[in-house]
Design a protein around this ligand. Structure first.
Ligand code: UN1
Length: 508
């Protein structure tokens, strides 16, 4: 552990603010980063007070004014170098993710791989920030649109993807000519500090203006509130719960800012009698138990055709019993601890609700004793009804609700009958069912898959959801457009002044 911290430049007490220089603020209070693996304090961080928050955003704004003038491909070259630097630290940064939030090592490293991938994507994008040219209805006029840098982007990330989500936003924002102020989760300040150190070496070597990347570790009630209300920040990208997201959406909407909101999911997999059941079982295990059920894309519901329901459940229970739960730093562990006592209590509360409804818990659902901390649980499968209030909610823990269906129409109705709309999947080898699921009459989610998990999306696609999951898209496809402002330009190269819509005004 000490080696990992040392290699990433983490000290026993760290400054939590960065605007090109580290800001040592004694007025914001100390935050302890505690590992859920064994409740050990990894290091301490000095949080930002309101005054030092101001220093971060003021510098970010000035930096933006200069950074936007750097040609986009040149900005892409800086991002390319950040990607190279991240490759050098993949192992250590991945390990720090594991230490700070408890996901297993391969998942920690996978997250750093997402950072590298989005950096590569952004490099290519830096030469493709294209608008359209359209034909004007007026003679001798030319019309086109172009995308200009937007400003300071505020990025608020959650504990469960402490580095990847920052990178999805930041690598795009950088090539788009924006600066970024990052407020990480208070569970994971050290990974944020480590990322900033890695990126800053590249920024300094390329004489990028100080403040293009900023960090604001601090309390939600101070830094979080200031960030979302700040008129100098035209775009807030927020990842977190639906409850928090509603508040953020309101605060940003109140000032007519833009918001990308990546909130709760309630992701379902439909398992058809036409599906490959052994593939389905392996996938459900990854989707529901991976990251201890703490992904916004975690599989929370399986909707299984009644003729294969017993077989699927039987095989799943067996698979759940073989999951090795323990220290996520150790090879062979499949599930580490939950992030906090509050998370364990939420899980137990949800299971109490299930019991009140006479729901049958067919696997797991226990707090595990004799573990290195009080945060280990066994992943759980519950036979449930889709309309139960607890099934309609997202509980950020490894609880999987199993629900039966008769017809494919039923399955899609049940699937969509929740308030959230992030990720979804169907296991079927029947072409009609698959196409139905992906059609406008099918899944209502932002992500809909066939024969793969609800979780583990690639960076190349646009990532985000509908309904109470929020709105906006991060990562691939044309998500970058949200980080720029679109401008329509019309140029008259004639000697006349024709008006659009054939209007004659005065003598013309
Ligand atoms: C999240 O849980 O906030 O698709 C993001 C996935 C990951 C990202 C999840 N690539 O599961």
């Amino acid at each position: 552990m000490e080696d990992v911290l040392k290699k990433l430049g983490i000290e026993s007490v760290n400054a939590g603010g960065f605007n090109g220089q580290w800001i040592d603020d004694d007025k914001g209070g100390i935050l302890k980063s505690v590992s859920p693996i064994d409740n050990r304090v990894l290091a301490e961080v000095k949080q930002l007070s309101a005054e030092s928050y101001e220093r971060v955003v003021a510098r970010a704004h000035n930096a933006f004014l200069q950074w936007r003038l750097v040609p986009a491909p040149r900005r892409g070259e800086v991002v390319r170098q950040i990607g190279l630097e991240l490759r050098k630290y993949k192992k250590e940064l991945g390990a720090l993710v594991t230490l700070e939030m408890g996901k297993i090592r391969p998942e920690g490293e996978g997250e750093v791989q997402e950072m590298i991938d989005i950096a590569d994507f952004a490099v290519g994008l830096s030469r493709q920030l294209c608008g359209k040219t359209m034909h004007s209805e007026r003679p001798s006029h030319r019309m086109y649109d172009q995308y200009h840098p937007l400003g300071v982007v505020g990025v608020v990330t959650a504990f469960n993807f402490p580095v990847a989500v920052w990178a999805w936003n930041t690598m795009l924002a950088l090539v788009c000519g924006d600066s970024v102020v990052w407020k990480p989760s208070s569970h994971t300040p050290l990974t944020a500090i480590a990322c900033m150190k890695i990126a800053d070496r590249v920024l300094k070597a390329n004489q990028v203006p100080d403040g293009v990347l900023g960090l604001a570790v601090g309390k939600g009630s101070v830094v979080g509130n200031m960030l979302v209300a700040d008129r100098r920040i035209p775009l807030i990208s927020f990842t977190g719960s639906t409850a928090m997201g509603k508040k953020v959406g309101q605060a940003v909407g109140e000032r007519l800012g833009r918001a990308i909101l990546e909130l709760g999911g309630n992701n379902g997999i439909v398992v058809s009698n036409h599906g490959d059941l052994s593939m389905a079982v392996r996938t459900i295990l990854f989707g529901a138990v991976g990251t201890a059920g703490q992904r916004c894309t975690s599989t929370r519901r399986i909707i299984v055709q009644e003729s294969v329901y017993d077989t699927v459940l039987e095989r799943l229970v067996k698979a759940y019993q073989s999951v090795r739960i323990g220290n996520p730093m150790e090879e062979g562990t499949l599930m580490g601890p939950l992030v906090s006592r509050a998370a364990v209590e939420d899980m137990m509360r949800a299971l109490d609700e299930v019991r009140k409804l006479n729901g049958r818990i067919v696997a797991g659902g226990e707090e595990l004793k004799n573990m290195p901390s009080d945060l280990y649980v066994s992943p759980c499968i519950v036979e449930a009804e889709n309309h139960w209030p607890i099934v309609q909610e997202e509980t950020f823990a490894p609880i999987l609700y199993a629900i039966k269906y008769k017809t494919i129409e039923d399955a899609i109705r049940l699937h969509n009958d929740v308030p959230q709309g992030l990720s979804s999947s169907i296991f079927t080898l029947n072409l009609k069912e698959a196409e139905y699921f992906l059609s406008h009459a099918g899944s209502d989610c932002g992500i809909a898959n066939v024969n793969i998990s609800t979780s583990g999306a690639e960076i190349g696609g646009a990532f985000g959801g509908e309904k109470e999951t929020g709105h906006g898209r991060e990562s691939g496809s044309d998500s970058w457009k949200q980080y720029m402002r679109q401008q329509t330009n019309t140029i008259n190269w004639s000697d006349a002044l024709p008006l659009a819509q054939g209007i004659h005004f005065g003598d013309e």
